[in-house]
Write a protein that binds this ligand. Sequence first.
Ligand code: ASP
Length: 342
Amino acid sequence: MTLPNRLARKTLALTLIMAVAPAWAASPVLVIHGGAGVMRSGMTSEDEAAARAALEQALLAGHARLTEGKPALDAVTAAITVLEDAPMFNAGKGAVFTHDGKNELDSAIMDGTTRRAGAVAGVRRVKNPILLARAVMEKSKHVMMVGEGAEAFARENEITLVDPSYFRTEKRWQQLQRALKEEAAREAHTDIETAKYFGTVGAVALDKQGRLAAGTSTGGMTNKRYGRVGDAPIIGAGTYADAQCAVSGTGWGEFYIRAVAAHDICARVKYAGEGIRQAAEGVINQDIPKAGGDGGAIALAADGSFALPFNTEGMYRGWIGADGVPHVAIYAEDTPEDRGTE
Ligand code: ASP
């Protein structure tokens, strides 16, 4: 082979490698939560086992997408769909009830690389709101759609609609009855502690090409008033992703909205140079409680480090890395390594 020929071949090979290989091959990670509203008193060992099994199933479904080389968005969507279908979490089937006995669902998804986002709020018939949020992102010019308009868009895009009774579970119905009684007692000035019944689900993922994504889906908070929208579908409050950081929150939504919690975690990483764990702890375990709120979050950085802070009795949570082994935890005292790495 003549020299110029060899050079030409080398250049071609190099160009091909650059075209096919990502800038740097990241080690994929998926982190999920099933809500920070875990209350030990209300849990049987069967409940715990069922929650653990569903979390593992969600991790494996998302991880399969990542190992196939699919985008982080696909892993987030796959994991959240599993959690929406599992009746023990407050998203999709098993969502909490509003004050007037309805289920109104909120969801959002965001792609960190492109900062495209899609969100839906107050939908009553969409089986998997995360799929509708993704369709809003990919198939419309908008970021957020609500109520009947969002459902019309779902119909146009062949997203599965169900009868509103699909979402009902007896456990959530009884939670509403208790919340109504507690509210009546409070109005009568009886001193009574109010349970807030969180349970949102969420996922953040890093794919082989180093792309981050975040998604969240929820029924909101038990006994919420008609039309109330929480933090989950509000980009920057309960859901956010950019090129360096992806976050999904769970907790008392009003406080997350006022703190712009998910974005604030990523802003600390971006502008203050904080590590993901420090940033997430600062917002979730300092700022939110200081303001009077509570809850948790999952946060993932582009280098694969992540954090799962919360300030309640427990948060359904899990993560899966390159080895494909799902790690799942529920209560605060469960396995310290599940608090994250940095
Ligand atoms: N953050 C949700 C909301 O306020 C509730 C939850 O996390 O369970 O709508």
